[in-house]
Structure formats: C-alpha cells, structure tokens
Design a protein around this ligand. Structure first.
Ligand SMILES: Nc1ncnc2c1ncn2[C@@H]1O[C@H](COP(=O)(O)OP(=O)(O)OP(=O)(O)O)[C@@H](O)[C@H]1O
Length: 480
C-alpha cells in the first residue's frame, strides 16, 4: 500500500491550523502543522512532506522567502501560499518565486482541497522550476481587497509567467488599461516596450497603417507601425470592438501566422509581441450583429479577464477613495479626510463611470473645497450635480438584472453554510442587505427628504421612518 501523502502546514493562526488539519485529515492526508517558519524549513530540509501549505507573515519568518529556498533545495516539492495581505504584489511574488498556487484568506475549503489534489497529482514541469529574480516594486498599481479583485490578482500573477493573449472586458473606467500595464510590468517582457493603441481614437481609415506601418513613396522606406514599435514587449489593443473589418482580417492573419506586412509593402515581418486586448462592448453581440469576426474573437479570447464594475465590489470604495486622496496630497492638494457618512454615501452610489468616476470626484472635491473634512453634504452636492459628471446616461452599461446579483449572493451564503458557517436569520439578513441600499440611495436621491423618498418607494412615511431606524441608516438633509 502506498503511504498517504503528507502535507506540511505552517500558519501562526491556531484556528487556521485546526481547520486545515481537520479538513485535510478528513480528506485522507497525513498532516503536520506548525506555527513557525523555522520548523517548516527544518522539516523540508529533512526531506519530510509531499506538499507545503504556508502562510506569509509568521513570527519567525516570511513564507514567501521560504518558497524560494524550498524550491532551490527541493524543486519537486510544491508550495501553496496563503495570505491575508491579498495584494497584487503578494500574488505576483508568490507565483514568480515558484509557488504552485496562491490563495487569499479567507478561502473556500473546497477550493483548497481541489488545489491540494491538483498539486499532488499533476507532474512537475520544467517550466515550474524557479523563475528569474522578480522585481515587482512595492507601490501597488491596483487597489482593492475584495474577493473579485483577489481573483484578478491571482490571474494576473499566473499570466506573468507566460505570453498568452489576454482579453480584458469590463465597463468603462474599471481599470482595464491598468491591468494591461500590470501584466506587462510584472511579466516576462517587462524590459521591452508597452505600446497602447486605442481603436476608438484613431480614424478608421488610418488604423491599418497605424498598426502595421506603411511604405512611403520613393526611396523613403517604410514607416514602422505599432506592432513593430512594441517588438519584444506588449501591444495593448484598447477598444478592440471598434476595430474596422479590414483591420480585423489583417490582425487575424498576424495572430495565425506570427507575421505581418506593412500597408503597401510585401516583405513579411516577424511579430514579436504579446497581445492584450480590451473592450467595454459585448463582443458576442458584435459577432451576432456581424461587425466582429468570430474567428478573431477566439484568437484573442485565449485568457478572458473580466473586471467587475465598482458597484459589484463596494467594499473596495473606502480603500480607493483614500488612495486617491493620498495621491491628491502627494500632488500638493493638502491633507483631506472623508468623514464616516461621506464614506457611506460613496459606498451607496451606483458609479456608472466606475473607478474613473470616483477618482474624478475626489480630485474635483479636493480642488474645489478647502475644508479638511469632506462631509456627506459635500459628497451629495457633487454627486447630484449633473453638469459635474462626465457620465451621461448613454455611457452607462445595461446593469446586471437584480435577481442575478441577489441570487449570486444567496448562493455564496448557502455555500458558506455547507462549509460549516452557522446560518441563522438568513431571511432577515438578505432582506436587510437589499433594503438598506434601496432606502439609503433613495434618500440620497431626494437629498434626505423623507416625504419624497416615501413617495418614491411607495411606503407609508411612518413605515419608512421605522425602517430607517431599524436599519440604522444615517439621516442627513442635503444641501439644496
Ligand atoms: N483598482 C484600481 N486601483 C487604482 N486605480 C484604479 C483602479 N482601477 C482603475 N483605476 C484608475 O481609474 C482610472 C480608469 O482606469 P483605466 O483607464 O485603466 O480604465 P479602463 O477600463 O481602461 O477605461 P476605458 O474603458 O474607459 O478605457 C485610471 O485613472 C486608473 O488609474
């Protein structure tokens, strides 16, 4: 009988050690747990264990540093890193140092068990051997700690070790260009150029020569296009849905053959670029409408990355708002802070222009007002000013049906229940989660006028008042 695989677990949090020890034991593995990085290192040196699961910050050492050392002395021993400091930098560092997988805490036990099974059964590839020394800088390019952003960090981290074509989708202002830059800056081609081309910003008839270059008359030779400029680096094709048909056909040929010719030229040139494309359009609809080539779509959509709208990750709003305030401060805008109610207002807003809209709002407030504390009244006034907003309704996307997002949340609760989280008052909790933003946003809309809000909601005024009290919704009358 083959012995059971042994898993070495290092985490200074006792509850994590207990939960992992039990779950892995139940799944049929042998488990050794320790709160110390040094004990883990000792076990690894002694040749123990078939798999390592380690935390990052431990009292006597750093799990990420251990990954490098473990991979050096035992390249076949896989390491899964788990961390509560779920930033893009941690994910990239873990992956580039050769961790098999990176999991942001809190994680799903089922997911962990699936990763463990994969780590123990997939044969170790040459490509997994330690990567060249990484140089990710500590300044964070992407802000956000929500579950969805953590998923994005993991994908970006994984994609930095390959040249696969990536298709980023997401509404306007969700950070598509920022993600494309991160893929480049942390990736294998970081010493090459990053060239961005926005299809919507170039006259249609010039797109082909812009991308592929053109032959100039006489003996003048050719004018290089963006493909050539990006050689050795990354070519970011923004608003790919706006690419004219002829350029689509040419691009498809480049992707198929790895070569291109300039407009009017005949010598094939080798295309040495990593392509990252982005769009805020629904390309499937464009395909149906016959304006986007389906074959090109499949060539580009090798790895799809969907950036969620800001309203789907409201928990990131305070972090982002503080980040933009800090940026304003660095630019000489003086010290400002948002009071609690102002922050609540920001979290309740629907953000049709996503992170860009939030960034612009903070900049506008810092520029227009000199008071140190930014209040809810001030935020309300700026949010309600239609002239100040660059986000006219025709730029807004069709929102996801409410039933879909509610169902997703309920499914998450139920799943957590199956994982062992005690579920009680589920009905009341879900109703409150829907009711609170409904009432809060209606009040923002009516600038705190409860009579108007009650009319809009179709509620009796006393009922509304009671709900405001029960749900602990802050009541502030707006500036008119
Ligand atoms: N997660 C984030 N952390 C910090 N800043 C962000 C984040 N996401 C977006 N931003 C900022 O928001 C602004 C818009 O981002 P970006 O240009 O990348 O969006 P986009 O999706 O490419 O928009 P569009 O589709 O309109 O071109 C930028 O100034 C960017 O720095």
């Amino acid at each position: 009988m083959t012995p059971l695989p042994t898993i070495l677990v290092a985490d200074d949090d006792r509850s994590i050690r207990t939960v992992l020890g039990q779950a892995l034991g139940r799944a049929g593995y042998q488990v050794q747990v320790t709160p110390y990085a040094s004990t883990l290192w000792q076990w690894v040196q002694e040749g123990e264990g078939d798999l390592v699961i380690t935390d990052v910050a431990m009292p006597d050492g750093n799990g990420l540093e251990l990954v490098t050392r473990i991979r050096q002395i035992r390249p076949d021993l896989r390491v899964i890193v788990m961390s509560a400091q779920s930033t893009l930098t941690t994910a990239v560092k873990a992956t580039q140092r050769g961790a098999f997988e990176y999991l942001a805490k809190p994680f799903d036990l089922k997911e962990l068990l699936a990763v463990v099974a994969r780590a123990l059964t997939t044969p170790v590839q040459e490509a997994e051997k330690p990567a060249p020394a990484p140089t990710p800088e500590e300044r964070l390019p992407l802000i956000g700690q929500s579950m969805v952003m953590q998923g994005i960090y993991r994908s970006i981290a994984r994609l930095t070790t390959s040249d696969l074509t990536v298709m980023i989708t997401g509404e306007s202002g969700t950070g598509k260009e920022l993600v494309a830059r991160a893929l480049h800056e942390y990736g294998r081609r970081r010493s090459g150029p990053f060239v961005a081309v926005n299809m919507a910003a170039i006259p249609r008839e010039q797109i082909e020569s812009e991308l592929f270059g053109y032959e100039r008359g006489g003996n003048l030779g050719r004018m290089p296009g963006r493909f050539e400029q990006a050689s050795g680096g990354t070519l970011f094709l923004d608003e790919i849905g706006d690419m004219p048909q002829e350029a689509q056909t040419r691009l498809l040929r480049v992707l198929q053959e790895g070569e291109f010719t300039t407009v009017g030229g005949s010598t094939p040139l080798h295309a040495d670029v990593r392509i990252v494309a982005a769009t805020h359009r629904d390309l499937r609809q464009a395909i149906q409408a016959g304006i986007f080539r389906e074959d090109l779509y499949y060539r580009l959509n090798v790895v799809p990355l969907r950036l969620p709208p800001l309203r789907e990750r409201r928990e990131d709003i305070p972090l982002l708002a503080r980040h933009f305030l800090a940026q304003c401060r660095e630019a000489g805008g003086g010290y400002r802070m948002l009071d609690e109610e102002a922050m609540t207002r920001l979290q309740a807003w629907r953000w049709p222009g996503n992170v860009r809209e939030l960034e612009n709002l903070i900049r506008r407030i810092v520029a227009l007002y000199s008071q140190e504390t930014i209040t809810a009244e001030l935020v309300d006034a700026e949010l309600a000013d239609p002239l100040a907003s660059d986000f006219a309704p025709d730029r807004q996307q069709v929102a996801e049906p409410l039933v879909d997002s509610v169902s997703r949340h309920i499914a998450r609760y139920l799943e957590a229940g199956r994982e062992g989280m005690p579920l009680h008052d589920l009905h009341a909790r879900i109703i409150a989660e829907v009711e609170r933003p409904l009432i809060q946003m209606t009040l923002t809309e009516t600038r705190g006028n409860q009579i108007k809000a009650a009319a809009m909601l179709g509620l009796n005024r006393n009922t509304l008042r009671k709900k405001i009290r029960d749900l602990e919704i802050p009541v502030v009358r707006g500036v008119v």
